[in-house]
Design a protein around this ligand. Sequence first.
Ligand code: IPD
Ligand code: CA
Ligand code: CA
Ligand code: CA
Length: 269
Amino acid sequence: MSLAEDLLELAVATAREAGRMLVDKRPAGGPDVVQTKSSPTDVVTQMDRSAEALIIERIREERPGDGFLGEEGGTQAGGSGVRWVIDPIDGTVNYLYDLPDWAVSIAAEVDGAAVAGAVEMPRRGETYTAARGGGALLHAAPGTRELRVNSHVPLAEALVATGFGYAAGRRARQAQVLTGVLPGVRDIRRGGSCCVDLCSLAAGRLDAYFERGVQAWDTAAGALIVQEAGGRVEGLLGAPAGPDLTIAAGPGTFEALHDLLAQLDPLRD
Ligand code: IPD
Ligand code: CA
Ligand code: CA
Ligand code: CA
């Protein structure tokens, strides 16, 4: 097995274990909010923290020299050249409200580049995986299938997902950008989990995605899955995807959405 395949196997097993724990241990009345971050909408529950701790502990048992970047603070340097980028619950607000679209996202980077990614969606019964150069797969009943993005969908016929970063002061501007996009596309979805959006795009259930304010832990696994399914994941005007702006779509559709967003000047706050 290649290193990427080894890392993927560990990512999948760990994401599945964390996903099961999050379903089995979710308190009947919903988890407690233990912290708010950038704004009152930016919540953390005790389950986000315990899932991240479980993931880091499991990976450390197998690979003690690796580094970590975790959304809930589990960030540590390592000496092996491998770093794990972890979002223990992507879609915490959905998890809090018991909406099904949330996921455990785990990616492995080698020398700074993502080589393996697993996104586990326990309430959908779906696991999405990709290893660099090996394509993207959806594992779900009745079997495993290879993923391919939709390409060359005219923007007017494109189903476009987005999200609204929680940082206070940004949301009014995000709403303005949205009013510029909405008349030019088939429709908009705000699903509440960046990595679920990216995996849905890889599976052809969406045609495009864009968001301002997403972080490496939101996108690391999902972006690799989109790329391995034939899609593009980039920022504005040739910049890499990142917190400024992340745009993802199949070829043909990507360019049209990119150009519309460039006109709308989304980086102006
Ligand atoms: C959030 C989700 C959401 C996106 C936010 C993210 P979290 O992640 O991905 O869809 O719009 O920008 O912060 O906090 O639920 O892990
Ligand atoms: Ca969060
Ligand atoms: Ca997230
Ligand atoms: Ca999270």
